[in-house]
Design a protein around this ligand. Structure first.
Ligand SMILES: [Zn+2]
Length: 385
């Protein structure tokens, strides 16, 4: 991924650090400076941030390795200052599988928190353990800082080193669990919510509702984040809002495309161009007619390629109109009459084929081009979606 540093590959999944991650370290130095920390204190603080992102990384591996069980690969894991992202090839479409993949991440943090509590019970002396428990409670009750000072005075314990960072790390993992379970699609909680809805209503309707709720919560994140100067929260809100929207439209589009086949929109009349025609005649066709892209044939009427508008315009610019079409023709995709619109959309939109040929066992029947596809989608979606 652009703008990121490849750290290492673990379980066959590359881990990337986004450039903006550097901000975290600047932030850590700033906190250290504000609190008059010495070298050792700053080192502990840095260590804490590294441990924190270790926890986030393991959370992402929770998603990635569970998805792998269902045969879904993960392109990579990216760590950013606002959290990690495991870029899964796709989400499982079966609701029960999506549920398991989504909940696996937060479960990793539950496990880490329990493990750290266990370690603390082993390494801390009795009064330290009391302090640990009190400190942890204090993280989640809204008591004032004065009380901290009072307890520290009474117990004579100073929150430093492990005694400070272990409970903080436990609290942070609990915080990660709670935050991720907020049902703001596409956050983990939102995916869990969608998968539960999908078991009843199907994926399309479930996604519409989950995205709607996700966007509502995202707006609250943004408003509250800006109001209380919690800019990270506002950023997360912005991210949730835009991804909820685009994931929803992707699912709705996918559902729409699945309903149609090549035969629903193929155009049987089309102009043929031949390999040994001049580019000049292609340019004239482009200027005169409504067709922008053409199939190319050889003299025995065999389909051998296609010529799109971009190539013709390129030839015009280069004064190449005296050249043969064969110089500019490109490979053509041929699809079956019963091919789903989903695949045709992929060929045209994602792979940049301006025109595809449609045929069956008996030969060529027509074409589908960009304009035809988008026009069809516009007409049909006006009617039925
Ligand atoms: Zn997650």
């Amino acid at each position: 991924m652009r703008g990121s540093l490849r750290l290492f590959t673990w379980f066959g999944i590359p881990v990337h650090l986004h450039w903006s991650f550097g901000l975290i370290f600047l932030y850590a130095f700033w906190i250290g400076y504000e609190n008059n920390l010495d070298m050792i204190g700053t080192a502990w603080l840095m260590g804490f941030f590294v441990a924190l992102f270790g926890c986030v990384l393991l959370h992402e591996y929770g998603h990635a390795l569970t998805a792998r069980r269902y045969g879904i690969d993960t392109h990579d894991i990216i760590l950013t200052p606002i959290g990690g992202i495991a870029r899964l090839e796709k989400m499982p479409e079966k609701p029960s599988q999506e549920f398991v993949v989504a909940i696996a991440g937060p479960m990793v943090n539950v496990a880490i928190a329990l493990l750290l509590v266990g370690v603390s019970m082993l390494v801390f002396r009795a009064e330290q353990w009391e302090f640990f428990k009190w400190f942890l409670q204090q993280q989640y009750s809204f008591t004032e800082g004065d009380e901290t000072a009072q307890v520290m005075e009474e117990t004579g314990l100073q929150p430093s080193g492990l005694l400070f960072y272990l409970p903080v790390l436990v609290a942070t993992n609990i915080g990660l669990v709670i935050f991720n379970l907020i049902p703001a699609f596409p956050m983990d909680g939102g995916r869990i919510f969608r998968s539960l809805l999908a078991m009843r209503w199907g994926r399309v309707k479930a996604t519409r509702w989950a995205a709607w709720l996700g966007q509502g919560i995202a707006v609250l994140f943004i408003v509250y984040g800006l109001w209380s100067n919690a800019f990270t929260l506002a950023l997360v809100g912005l991210f949730v809002f835009t991804t909820a929207r685009s994931e929803n439209s992707m699912v709705q589009l996918d559902d729409f495309l699945r309903k149609y086949r090549a035969k629903d929109l193929l155009r049987p009349q089309f102009t043929r161009i031949y390999m040994n025609d001049w580019m000049q005649s292609a340019a004239e066709l482009l200027q005169k007619g409504l067709e922008r892209h053409f199939l190319v044939f050889d003299l025995s009427e065999q389909l051998v390629g296609m010529l799109d508008e971009a190539s013709i315009v390129a030839a015009m610019k280069k004064n190449d109109l005296g050249k043969e079409v064969s110089q500019y023709a490109q490979k053509v995709e041929i699809v079956h009459l019963n091919e789903s619109l989903q695949h045709i959309f992929f060929l045209i939109r994602n792979q940049g084929n301006a025109i595809v040929a449609v045929g069956d066992e008996n030969g060529l029947l027509g074409v589908i081009d960009e304009a035809g596809l988008y026009n069809f989608m516009r007409m049909q979606s006006g009617k039925s979606v």
